[in-house]
Design a protein. Structure first.
Length: 482
């Protein structure tokens, strides 16, 4: 027999986005239930694994390039007239449902970042400008103390105080609509308990589809077999939230064929075993050949585009080749999060054999690179302009010869931090129908909101979950009190 339960708000997902919605709504007096696919010991989604960088220059203000970067990477090829019309807050219908980040959404995001951080501080979270894994960076990043796990702990503590019901090992399967097309609940399934029918408005905060091999192949393509989620929490993101919303007529947003790429060590089983040390060496593929400029600019700004090029190599993998010089970079270990040791050799030929790369090819690649270096020493913690000459592809910074033994190598593959394609929402986190109007009683927050095309605006994903999770909870509370 199907259990039937009724709440003022049903939140699907217990990461930062979902819990922000649940807590903000419960603070306003709503009776809230949150569905968590994971067991209690793994609760918190991807949020619990991330360091949760926030693209903010202070506790109250986003970075100077925040809105510009989002706007520049906020659509595909859209008719420019429609793009212009999307800026009009009075625009209705089709334009509202187009797959682009309209200026009103971006402005709301930026304006609410500071107040959202303040709200988090009010429930017990702490933030500071702590060291990051980037040895060079172009933008400031505010971090929660304790990272994403710290945010999750604070939110769950507050949820307990407020009496929020959490159903673990429970997956939403289908939205329930009435005859007017309004959402009135969800059908779910709980391990060991069977089917549940939950009545009430719904917030979808259950992430993207990086943990769904079929959807990854369908949208991202066959080479997705050379990707894996950045952390174990990503495997819980199966895309059902997106699919059930599309079935209800939701509009899409974001690049469904792409994802946020981060360079990781494929040998490691830890969460986010990132390798950001590659600007200080060279990247070679399985054939022993360079294929990209390893040091276009600061690593925080360019690691994603370089990682995408790694993904296009044979078996989606490359090697960073370093000499002993890199070990003298101050705090160089910050750029290597892998728990696996580098492969070390006293000669390049021995290194090539150890990593199963053609010896002659690697020797020739390194020789040509060394000859193209100017001989100037690097300044590793700033963009130094020490570049190669007459080499294709060039290296724009930190181009020093690889000639000091021992030589080190780390394998690198692209990880899928989250998928870009998702749902279109308005400034109150209400999911929009393909006709451009809000679907009554349906909200979305976090990575399920499609926001990026081609390039991720770094340090905005967790912040998006915080801001629009809270917006969803507050709006649902306002509607519930009318």
């Amino acid at each position: 027999m199907t259990q039937k339960l009724e709440f003022d708000l049903i939140v699907v997902g217990c990461g930062v986005a979902g819990l922000s919605a649940a807590v903000s709504a419960a603070e306003a007096g709503l009776k809230v239930v949150a569905l968590e696919r994971a067991p209690i010991e793994e609760r918190g989604g991807q949020s619990r694994y991330t360091e949760a960088y926030l693209r903010m220059k202070s506790h109250a203000e986003v970075s100077d390039d925040f809105e510009i970067h989002l706007a520049e990477n906020g659509s595909g090829q859209i008719d420019p007239d429609f793009v212009e019309r999307s800026a009009d807050p009075h625009e209705k219908g089709l334009v509202r449902s187009l797959s682009l980040l309209d200026p009103n959404f971006i402005n709301t995001f930026a304006q609410n970042a500071g107040p959202t951080v303040k709200w988090f501080e009010g429930i017990g979270a702490k933030f500071d400008f702590l060291p990051t894994q980037f040895l060079t960076k172009s933008q400031p990043r505010l971090l929660p103390v304790g990272g994403g796990q710290g945010l999750i702990d604070v939110l769950f503590s507050k949820a307990t105080q407020l009496g929020i019901t959490v159903l673990y090992e429970t997956t939403a399967r289908e939205l329930i609509e009435n005859e007017h097309g309004h959402i009135i609940g969800v059908k779910a399934r709980q391990v060991g308990q069977g089917n549940l029918l939950l009545k009430g408005p719904v917030v979808l905060a259950c992430g993207g589809f990086q943990g769904n091999a079929e959807m990854m192949t369908r949208y991202v393509g066959a080479r997705s077999i050379y990707l894996r989620p950045i952390c174990k929490g990503g495997y819980f993101n199966r895309g059902e939230g997106i699919e059930m919303a599309l079935k209800a007529g939701a509009a899409t947003c974001g690049d469904f064929g792409s994802y946020h790429a981060e360079p990781i060590d494929p040998r490691s089983g830890m969460s986010e075993p990132s390798v950001f040390i590659f600007p200080y060496g060279i990247l070679v593929n399985q054939e022993g050949l360079r294929f990209t400029d390893e040091a276009i600019g600061t690593v925080d700004a360019y690691y994603e585009s370089i990682t995408r090029k790694i993904h296009l190599q044979t078996q989606g993998m490359a090697w960073v080749i370093l000499d002993a010089r890199h070990q003298r970079i101050p705090n160089y270990r910050l750029g290597i999060r892998s728990d696996q040791a580098p492969i070390v050799a006293q000669s390049l030929s021995d290194l090539a054999q150890a990593i199963h790369v053609p010896v002659d090819a690697l020797s020739e690649t390194v020789s040509k690179y060394n000859q193209a270096c100017s001989g100037k020493d690097w300044s590793p913690l700033v963009l130094d302009g020490v570049k190669t000459h007459g080499l294709t592809p060039a290296k724009s910074n930190w181009a020093c010869p690889l000639n000091e033994a021992p030589f080190h190598a780390y394998p690198i593959m692209a990880s899928n931090v989250f998928t870009f394609g998702g749902l279109k929402v308005d400034e109150d986190a209400r999911v929009l129908h393909t006709d451009g109007y809000p679907i009554e009683n349906l909200y979305a927050a976090g990575e399920i909101i499609g926001s990026y095309w081609g390039t991720y605006t770094g340090a905005t994903s967790v912040l998006k979950g915080m801001v629009f999770g809270r917006k969803a909870g507050l709006h649902a509370a306002q509607r519930g009190q009318q």
